[in-house]
Design a protein around this ligand. Structure first.
Ligand code: G3H
Ligand code: 13P
Ligand code: ZN
Length: 287
């Protein structure tokens, strides 16, 4: 059942658990996420980026998700979300297609510009009943080699600015930077949970943690305690997909050249990863 992302996140915050927002790029990943949600009785958010809209076609991927959600898991709350929209144009396009939740990512802009554009996005989206996630501070995209020299302070969300940002923009969810980073990294800073606690004290809305693919149970539990209601997961499911595919393709050829068998195995591997994440986020059994 297609459900508003705001509703899914608000329930998670009230219930002290988190939901996964999983990135999809194709039929197999979408079907794996929907099947995992159904099996785990878990609410879920399925999201696509601008690059995926270019790859799969925005309308095509949106209707694929919507169809699978309605047809295979009618009783499960499923939100469809645009991840990392970086311009008003892409947000307008997503809303025209039917997305009911978008992220405006102005995290690389100076505070005043991020605030001003996010506010415009909210005005535009709320008129059409569309939820908006903003980002303050910035969640880095880093290669492992760079990790040694990173100055985390310049990425972190400022709890005082967060209060102003949330109040003035009217966003529905806030992506925060507390030491999290996109991608799988060998080394990373311990998350700044004191900062997370201050952000949570200053702002009443649900928080989203990007770069959550490699967050294990302990850190997940601590983040939820401090108000995080959503973890974004992309890298972990891409790795599960690709590793399975490599094994199938380099196997003894028993799957032949049947793409449905080759990709079906990758789909199952993604489903298992999503189920595992739902368990550690505590969203299993919430439907
Ligand atoms: O943060 C989001 C994704 O991990 C980046 O994915 O390559 O589709 O932009 P993308
Ligand atoms: P990961 O790279 O850790 O999967 O993060 C995904 C993400 O934040 C998507 O917005
Ligand atoms: Zn992200």
């Amino acid at each position: 059942m297609i459900t508003s992302v705001k509703e899914i996140l608000t329930k998670a915050k009230e219930g002290s658990y988190a939901v996964g927002a999983f990135n999809t790029v194709n039929l197999e990943t979408t079907r794996a996420i929907v099947a995992a949600a159904k099996e785990m009785r878990s609410p879920v958010i399925i999201q696509v980026t601008e690059k995926t809209m270019e790859y799969a076609g925005g309308r095509g991927i949106f209707h694929l998700i919507k169809n699978d959600a309605e047809f295979y898991a009618a009783e499960i709350p499923i939100g469809i979300h645009l991840d990392h929209g970086k311009s008003l144009e892409i947000i307008q396009r997503a809303v025209a297609i039917g997305f009911t939740s978008v992220m405006y990512d102005g995290s690389r802009k100076v505070f005043a510009d991020n605030l001003e554009i996010t506010k415009k996005v909210v005005e535009f989206c709320h008129e059409s009943g569309v939820d908006v996630q903003g980002e303050l501070g910035s969640v880095p995209y880093l290669g492992e080699a760079q990790m040694g020299d990173i100055d985390w302070d310049k990425y972190m969300t400022d709890p005082v600015q967060a209060k102003v940002f949330v109040e003035e923009t009217g966003i529905d969810a806030l992506a925060v930077a507390i030491g999290n980073a996109h991608g799988f990294l060998k080394e990373r800073a311990q998350p700044d949970f004191d900062r997370m606690a201050m952000i949570n004290k200053n702002c009443a809305l649900p928080f989203v943690l990007h770069g959550a693919s490699d967050w294990e149970n302990g850190k997940v539990v601590e983040a939820i305690k401090n108000g995080v209601s959503c973890f974004n997961v992309d890298t972990a499911i891409r790795i599960a997909f690709v590793n399975n595919l490599i094994n199938s393709v380099s196997g003894q050829g028993e799957l032949g050249f049947d793409l449905r068998k080759l990709l079906g195995g990758a789909q199952d591997a993604v489903k298992e990863t999503v189920k595992y994440k739902m368990k550690i986020f505590g969203s299993d059994g919430k439907v």
